[in-house]
Write a protein that binds this ligand. Structure first.
Ligand code: FMN
Length: 428
């Protein structure tokens, strides 16, 4: 269990001042214990949101990209949202949203500047990992990168997923990786932005609602010098939202809600703050929302003959929470773009940590991919089992920690509303 001691630099990250949810009323803790056991055997009640409201006074209405969600739980982009079958299971499990695997953009001639990312996955393993703080957790190690099938197959996935989500309250979100110039490359390949955005919007229609779209970054700028790389990354963050929006306008098909999926660059926390400033200070060209923040990268670690792998686990959430604290303190009440949290959310408690920093939704990958013995529920699909654990775990679950938080912050009104907590992020 995460006790939130300190990270390697001795910084205390938890805003939740106890390692046990002692602030949750005894009656709530007893009910959660009961529900954890009985739902492990019977499956979760449906709709879960109504049950949480009736039984626990929790209103879990959430928000993503300006869209109201029935709950804050989403599948993050990756290997678990590549097929209609996977989306079907997530819709059945009642997720608030599903971000599809990232497609690699192309221009009208099929040119893909990010083609290196369009390679099939060779091997993927969920492995235990220990953070620098000594905290144990999980990481997925794999070889492979983005969508490697055709753009047409991706468009079909959007259409299928939209049909499956229709009327269920599960929002479907495409994700794309467009051209990003290297420091020695002066020009942007607009063709990739225009062609791919137009086709994604076509697949999204008919709808009338703007299409949320996450822009994935996973830069590899090896060989360039540090300051040139930093300058370039900040340029990307300022320019990409504008190019995406202009491409949507030029298509005349529909509107986008532009989301930047922020990444952990190979630099220090100061640079993460510079990145957050870059997306907030670009005036009318700001994105509509952002996701914070994708995995860490270890250039030395080897996997399956490949040097340099991305990883997650406790170091990822430690770093994200630490940077978010600095960011909130810096903003000191000035508005922050709406954002969705990602990074080592493996307990309800960790979700509450991100919520306290203003996240209005949570997107998970690793926790939906653990070995079956890590979930107490033995029936249903993996997403349902994960949701059971995330909500009802008696020590680390979302219900007890939201109640603990309400007590700590003197929130006496009922129901406890998730969005109210998120919209009042406290600086330390
Ligand atoms: C196997 C794997 C594949 C992923 N593929 C993508 C991707 O295509 N696009 C993307 O934006 N993020 C991708 N991610 C990052 C996840 O969406 C997520 O943001 C990250 O893993 C942090 O969340 P987690 O700690 O819950 O795994 C991938 C992660 C994993 C483990």
């Amino acid at each position: 269990m995460h006790n939130f001691k300190t990270d390697a630099s001795g910084y205390i990250m938890s805003r939740l001042n106890h390692s046990e949810p002692t602030g949750a009323p005894e009656s709530v803790r007893r009910a959660v214990q009961r529900d954890y056991e009985r739902f492990a055997a019977s499956g979760l009640p449906t709709p879960l949101e109504q049950y949480l409201l009736d039984e626990y006074d929790l209103d879990v209405t959430a928000e993503y990209a300006g869209v109201t969600l029935k709950n804050p739980w989403g599948k993050a982009s990756g290997q678990l949202s590549m097929t209609a079958r996977q989306v079907e299971e997530d819709v059945a499990a009642g997720l608030g949203f599903v971000v599809l695997k990232t497609v690699i953009a192309q221009d009208e001639h099929g040119g893909q500047s990010m083609a290196a990312w369009a390679i099939p996955e060779a091997r993927m393993v969920a492995e235990p990992i220990v953070g620098q703080s000594g905290e144990p957790g999980w990481t997925i190690t794999w070889k492979g990168r983005g969508w490697w099938q055709s753009l047409e197959a991706y468009l079909q996935l959007i259409r299928d997923a939209r049909k499956l989500g229709d009327g269920t309250g599960t929002l479907i979100v495409p994700s794309s990786k467009y051209h990003l110039p290297s420091p020695s490359e002066p020009d942007w390949r607009y063709g990739e932005y225009e062609f791919t955005t137009r086709h994604l919007l076509e697949a999204w229609q008919p709808s009338g609602t703007p299409m949320p779209l996450e822009k994935d970054f996973s830069p590899t700028l090896a060989g360039s010098d540090r300051s040139a790389v930093q300058t370039k990354i900040l340029e990307w963050l300022r320019v990409v939202p504008k190019l995406m929006r202009e491409s949507a306008q030029a298509s005349g098909i529909g509107e986008l809600r532009v989301g930047m999926k922020m990444f952990n660059a190979l630099f220090d926390d100061d640079f993460q703050i510079e990145m957050l400033k870059a997306i907030h200070n670009s005036g009318a060209d700001r994105p509509d929302f952002f996701v914070y923040a994708n995995r860490l990268f270890d250039p030395q670690r080897e996997f399956d003959g490949q040097r340099g792998v991305a990883f997650g686990g406790p170091d990822l959430s430690d770093r994200n929470l630490r940077v978010l604290d600095r960011w909130l303190a810096l903003r000191a009440g000035a508005s922050t773009l709406p954002w969705s949290a990602t990074g080592n959310i493996t307990t309800g408690r960790m979700a509450v940590e991100y919520l306290l920093r203003g996240a209005t939704s949570f997107q998970l990958h690793t926790f939906f991919q653990l070995p079956a013995d890590q979930y107490a529920m033995k029936i249903g699909n993996r997403t349902q089992r994960a949701l059971h654990e995330l909500h009802f775990h008696p020590q680390t679950g979302f219900i007890v920690w939201l109640h603990h938080l309400a007590q700590e912050q003197g929130l006496t009104g009922r129901p406890i509303r998730l969005l109210e907590v998120a919209n009042n992020p406290k600086t330390r």
